[in-house]
Design a protein around this ligand. Structure first.
Ligand code: PAF
Length: 280
C-alpha cells in the first residue's frame, strides 16, 4: 500500500497501470460504512496476484463543501485521523491512499471555476447547507481528473450526493461508472454514520424513529402526510424534512408512488443532525 500526498506522485504511480482503477472518495474518520465501499470496490475488480486492477481511496476534508468555504467550526473540528485511517485501509486491501492537503488540492485558494449542481443540489440537504453539493461535485470532479477511475463508490446513505454525482457524470460525460453501496445499519436499523458517536443512549433510541417511519412508508403502513405528523411528534425528534422523491431527479413524487421511489428524511436528535433513506 502506498500513501501519496501530492498530485504529481499520484499521476506517476497511476501512469503504468494497465488494469481498471476503482476510486473510493472519503473525508477520512473511517467507519464500517466506508469499509463497505472498499469491500465493494475490491469485490467488483478482477482478483488474484496477477490482476492489474487497483483500488485507490482518497482522504481529503474538502473545505468547499462546508459552510463559509470551511471558515466554520464544523470544518475546523472535523476529525482528522490519517494514521488510523491508513491502517484500516491497508488491512482492507486498498492499494493507494491519496491524502493531499488543502494547498495541494487548491494551490490558488478557492477555485474560480466550480461544478454547479442547480436545483438538484439546492433542495433537501442543500436547503440547509447552501453550496454544499457544488463543493462536493467540484472536488469529486477533480478527484476523477486526477485518478481517472473506471468505477467510483459512494454510500447510498447520502442518497442526494449519489444522485448528484451520477447526474454530473451523465451531464459532463465523465465516463466513470458510479456504484452506490447499501447502507450499513446497526442495532434496530440505525444507519451507520460518523455523527452517531455524538448520540447519547436516549438519543440513539429516539433516532430510531426515522428508520421506523421510512420502513412504515415502504410497507405502506402509513401515508406521507401522516408519517410527517407522527415523526414530528416523536420524542426528542426535530423533523427537518420527510419526502418521497424520484431516485434519479430527486423531484417529489405524489403519494402513493406508482414507480420505484426513494423516501428520505432528516431529523435532529440531541443536537445531532441525521439523515436516512429507503427504497420504496
Ligand atoms: O461523502 C463524502 O465523504 C464526501 O462528500 C466526498 C464524496 C468524499 C467528497 O468530499
Amino acid at each position: 500500500m502506498k500513501l501519496i500526498k501530492t498530485k504529481a506522485e499520484l499521476i506517476d504511480a497511476l501512469a503504468t497501470i494497465r488494469g481498471n482503477i476503482a476510486l473510493v472518495p472519503t473525508m477520512g474518520a473511517l467507519h464500517e460504512g466506508h469499509l463497505s465501499l472498499v469491500s465493494a470496490a475490491l469485490a467488483d475488480g478482477s482478483s488474484g496476484s496477477n490482476s492489474d486492477d487497483l483500488v485507490v481511496a482518497s482522504i481529503f476534508v474538502n473545505p468547499l463543501q462546508f459552510a463559509d468555504l470551511g471558515d466554520c467550526d464544523d470544518y475546523r473540528n472535523y476529525p482528522r485521523t490519517l494514521e488510523a485511517d491508513a491502517k484500516l485501509l491497508e488491512s482492507a486491501g486498498v492499494d493507494i491512499i491519496f491524502a493531499p492537503d488543502v494547498e495541494e488540492m487548491y494551490p490558488q485558494g478557492t477555485p474560480e471555476i466550480w461544478v454547479r449542481t442547480g436545483e438538484m443540489g439546492a433542495q433537501l440537504e442543500g436547503a440547509s447547507r447552501p453550496g454544499h453539493f457544488d463543493g462536493v461535485a467540484t472536488v469529486v470532479a477533480k478527484l476523477f481528473s486526477l485518478v481517472r477511475p473506471h468505477r467510483a463508490y459512494f454510500g447510498q446513505k447520502d442518497a442526494q450526493q449519489l444522485a448528484v454525482i451520477k447526474r454530473m457524470v451523465h451531464d459532463l460525460d465523465l465516463g466513470v461508472d458510479i456504484r452506490g453501496v447499501p447502507i450499513i445499519r446497526g442495532s434496530y436499523g440505525l444507519a451507520e454514520s460518523s455523527r452517531n458517536q455524538h448520540l447519547s443512549a436516549t438519543d440513539r433510541e429516539n433516532a430510531l424513529a426515522l428508520f421506523a417511519t421510512l420502513s412504515a412508508l415502504r410497507d405502506r403502513q402509513t401515508d406521507l402526510e401522516q408519517a410527517r405528523v407522527e415523526l414530528s411528534h416523536a420524542p426528542g425528534v426535530d423533523l427537518d424534512y420527510l419526502e418521497v422523491v424520484s431516485p434519479e431527479t430527486l423531484q417529489p413524487i405524489p403519494w402513493p408512488p406508482t414507480a420505484p421511489a426513494l423516501a428520505l428524511g432528516a431529523i435532529t436528535v440531541g443536537g445531532t443532525r441525521l439523515i436516512d433513506n429507503i427504497d420504496i
